[in-house]
Design a protein around this ligand. Sequence first.
Ligand code: SF4
Ligand code: SF4
Length: 304
Amino acid sequence: MWNILHDELSERGYKARIMSIDHLGQLKCDIENICIEGGMSDSFSYFIQGFFDFNIPENFSDARSIIIVAVHSPSVRVFFNYKGKRIPLFIPPTYIDISSISGKIKKLLKELPDLRNYNLMKARLPEKLLAVRSGLGAYGRNNICYVPEMGSFVQLASFFSDIPCLEDNWNAVKLMDSCKNCLICSKKCPTGSIMEERIIINAEKCICHLNECVGVFPDWVDASWHNSIVGCFLCQEACPQNKDLLEQVIDMGEFSHEETELLLNKEPLEGIHASTKAKLEQLDMLVYYDCLPRNLKVLLDKAG
Ligand code: SF4
Ligand code: SF4
């Protein structure tokens, strides 16, 4: 059954692997080890582990396998009108589920006669780690998952499934071969988060963590380092593994002067117009709404 789904996914440009559900415990241990080896504080470890749920869903006790799927995902460009200028700002790959993988794959399953009696349920698992463990990709020194032919321009999704796992994919955690003699991303990282001597970055110093959380940026963060509406693209942009992908950018909307001012002025979400809200929803930015005034201000002032 898996071969049928795998081939159908490949035809549509997805890459996928299946693993036994028995690896859930090992995945949990991996994340705990990453927190320890990465020298994370207790509060940050708790924060990281809170993203995931390693339990088999109660309403899916027949789940037998875990499926990880990768699809190419470009960077996104959004225009903001501010102080008489039309300013392009960017969101790195992986933040926006442009292709809505989850819905498409569930639909595909139901369209395939041999598979329509099987089920998929979206999982909340560490997808970069799962992709590396499954052999779908490998870690870069910047802790981002790289998939062959897709570089780090990848959206990942994981699922619990009752499809039997006859071909278990479980591998050692692996750094890309091309990282062995390369320190480009480490030199490019302005916060010093990427270290030569270990695979795990100092995630607490990474700009992605700093601008995905609310609050004032720490004093040691230079305004010139910010580069994305959320997240940070500097190490991926510098990585030779992405050099043929960098021009792949899709435009996803524009915010007028009035809309930009509302966002900068911390207008409560209930107070913004439905059309502005719809734009933010399309960008998957509602979850970062409280961070946007601070993040946009620093980028727009820099551009201005
Ligand atoms: S820049 Fe070099 S070390 Fe960093 S992820 Fe890319 S190949 Fe690996
Ligand atoms: S995302 Fe930015 S801050 Fe984080 S490791 Fe890469 S370059 Fe450094």
